[in-house]
Design a protein around this ligand. Structure first.
Ligand code: SF4
Length: 399
């Protein structure tokens, strides 16, 4: 990959509305930054488990887990995952449910589903070896532009760029790019900058150095410019307001959603339902319930949801409380109930599967954050304490 642009324009002087994909690349400044970044990385790189391996499969797992997730959260998941699935064949052969179980708590479960599907493609179509080229990597499920660049450069030493929030922040400040990074043309400009800076030896280390600098020194709110290897030539620092960059358009509005879920027990077994594949929390298990309609009371919404989706009628109900959960574009308020009696046979609509399970078996199923919080609220981390509370509640209702 070769950047052919000459250096003429100062990207920091771009006018609003300017087509940033046409802006020119400050090659000399990037070349200086490149040398300083690699030198800094050699002395300061954190010792992370995925940096001790050259195995493309292990690097792929780490890059997938690291999407939207902090490094210290990922480390124990990465270790457990590789102990259970040490190579792409073992992952491809596994039940998806087991993959979900190892992913429980990491969130964004579509990553686990895509990883599993992509592992099967690698075994079937690539004889068990991850392809090296970005174009081929991007044909695999769940591998987008960033992950393809990360794998190609870090695992295979190819001169391929990657752009994430850290890279944008460092480059926006270093070059004082004062354009809205919510605009596609501006993001494309960062891809071009990242492609220009990655040319040369050690492309994987260079990409990791950029991300590492953004994660540890050039942080969103308080960049530690005194400790930064780019400080001498940093235009954002020279302008005196590095923390104001990058400029971002207003955040997408978060939609508020209210929903209900119920613990429904019959003859010592609890009803669990599995969501359809795809979409939010796709394929995961949860307590039955559903979203409330506008203006609907939670208990009425629960009766309606259970009748519509499962053909069940609750004959007694106790409010256990509520939990909140924030998704990327959705703020969920979940009202949690204990069903104290149920009639009808399950007629399933809208769920992929249902099971009557012991509380501990239910707690062990792969489920998302809201269900985990609901189970904690119900005391299901300790099934016996939950049962005694339920017995007590039933007694009070009958008395
Ligand atoms: S000098 Fe400061 S603002 Fe510039 S890249 Fe370094 S940490 Fe970021």
């Amino acid at each position: 990959m070769t950047a052919k642009n000459s250096r003429k324009a100062d990207p920091g002087k771009g006018r609003r509305g300017r087509r940033y994909e046409e802006a020119e690349i400050p090659l000399k400044r990037l070349a200086q930054a490149r040398v300083r970044l690699l030198d800094w990385y050699d002395r300061n790189a954190r010792d992370l488990p995925w940096r001790r391996t050259r195995d493309p499969y292990a690097i792929w797992i780490s890059e997938t887990m690291l999407q939207q997730t902090r490094v210290d959260t990922v480390i124990p998941y990465y270790t457990r995952f590789l102990e259970r699935f040490p190579d792409v064949e073992s992952l491809a052969d596994a039940d998806l449910e087991e993959v979900y179980a190892l992913w429980t708590g990491l969130g964004y479960y579509s990553r686990a589903r895509n990883l599993h599907g992509a592992a099967q493609s690698v075994v079937t179509d690539w004889s068990g070896e991850l392809p090296e080229r970005v174009e081929s990597l991007r044909e695999l499920k769940g591998i987008g532009r960033y992950t393809a660049g990360a794998l190609a450069s870090i695992a295979f030493g190819r001169e391929e760029a990657l752009v994430d929030g850290n890279v944008i922040r460092v480059l926006a400040r270093f070059l004082a790019v004062r354009e809205d990074v919510g605009e596609t043309s501006v993001v494309e400009y960062f891809w071009r900058l990242a492609s220009a800076i990655v040319v040369g030896e050690r492309p994987g280390d260079l990409n990791q150095a950029l991300m590492e600098l953004g994660a540890t020194i050039c942080t969103p709110r308080s960049p530690d410019c005194e400790a930064c290897p780019l400080a001498k030539n940093c235009a954002g620092r020279a302008a005196g307001d590095p923390a104001a960059l990058p400029l971002k358009k207003k955040r997408t509005r978060v939609r508020r959603v209210e929903a209900v879920a119920a613990w429904i027990e019959r003859r010592g077994r609890v009803l669990a339902v599995r969501r359809p594949e795809g979409g939010l929390l796709g394929g995961l298990w949860e307590l039955p319930g559903g979203e409330l309609e506008a203006g609907e009371a939670p208990d009425a919404g629960l009766h309606r949801s259970l009748a519509q989706a499962l053909g069940l009628r609750l004959t007694g109900l106790e409010n256990a409380g509520e939990i909140g959960h924030l998704f990327s574009h959705r703020r969920l308020r979940l009202h949690v109930f204990r069903g104290l009696g149920v009639s009808g046979r399950v007629r399933r609509e809208g769920f992929a599967e249902h099971r009557w399970l012991t509380p501990s078996a239910l707690a062990a199923l792969p489920h998302g954050g809201p269900t985990r919080k609901a189970l904690a609220l119900l005391g299901v981390a300790d099934p016996e304490s939950h049962r005694s509370r339920l017995r007590q509640a039933c007694g009070e209702i009958q008395a």
